[in-house]
Ligand binder design. Sequence first.
Ligand SMILES: Cc1cc2nc3c(=O)[nH]c(=O)nc-3n(C[C@H](O)[C@H](O)[C@H](O)COP(=O)(O)O)c2cc1C
Length: 370
Amino acid sequence: MTNPAPSPLLTPYSSNSLSLPNRLVMAPMTRFRAHEDGTPLPVVAEYYAQRADAGLLITEGIWPHRRGQSGWRIPGLETEAHIAGWRAVTEAVHARGGRIFAQLMHGGRQGHPRSRLLGDLPAGPSPVPVPGPVHVKDGKAEAPIPREMTAQDIRTAIDDHVNAARNALRAGFDGVELHGANSYLIHQFLADNTNRRDDAYGRDRTRFAVELVTAVAEAIGAHRLGLRLSPGNPQFGMVEHAPAPVYRALIEALNPLGMAYLHLTDNDQYPALADLRPRWNGTLIANVGENHAPTTQQQGEHVLVRGHADLVSYGRAFLTHPDLPARIAVNDPLATPIDTEHLYTHGAQGYTDYPTLAQQRAKQLAARAA
Ligand SMILES: Cc1cc2nc3c(=O)[nH]c(=O)nc-3n(C[C@H](O)[C@H](O)[C@H](O)COP(=O)(O)O)c2cc1C
């Protein structure tokens, strides 16, 4: 019997910006493993190093400045302590031969005075609250009505991202991903219900994203910069009645920059991968699992075989299988369940204790021998 062809997820990929041993990207996942001041806990280095066989790791969302903090014990990239904390992470990943980008996640309207170091109201494009309760330091609370960002607030938010991106390079990251998906600040400017402004940033809802990406690209180099988008994703009450023209225009404006990648989340509202793939002239990372069961090996392979993307990001499968490439190589069913009890706690449990396949097999053998 001949061996089956290796999974397309395990073939190398290279572009002007990236040189990756496989096409598996670890999707950003917030895990709340930071000190109260936003410095990542020591265990974070071990967590990412365990997963360093990924083609590319993207960190959990990190606030560029405490002004953009969306939740308590989410990490930051603002202070020298943050940079030192992240340097331990990048060194551990590089020591295992991996590559890691930092995701900058500005909350915009997301957040609550009781989950922010500044203790103030979060600010977004328009004073439109998140529907329903939000997490705070000590439980849940009604989402506040955010303050409407002034023109100065917008300039400050761009500067905060530029500084944080520079800090990311100082911390040893290989690049930066801007979080323009899943209801965070950039998405709030792109969506119609959260951007009701009548200034230039409202008349052209792509303007903030284009200015921000351009400023960060100038600061750190476009080849070190990715952008995540989730057109039409209704998470946290986002409404986009006609995403196609907005995102087509955005992509057209960003194409000339020569960015490292676009990270695109597909969903039932709008087949963004099929629509935007032919319009984007750079590397495309697909994420296909939003709001459904964790992305499977077959789903990722299907995306590559259809030519809808160059790379595929996996969230939950990477969370529960630190050795995901090795498991894909043997068509493992990826059946390790998520320890939901410890998903958002602050320790090693449910974080760095997921076994590799080799550890799982050794345990089974030991149990049989006993
Ligand atoms: C625990 C958890 C935390 C997440 N945090 C983030 C985040 O910080 N930034 C982000 O862009 N997406 C975040 N996501 C979304 C994931 O990146 C990914 O899009 C989602 O899990 C679907 O992919 P999957 O089916 O492979 O898990 C998170 C998802 C999970 C499960």
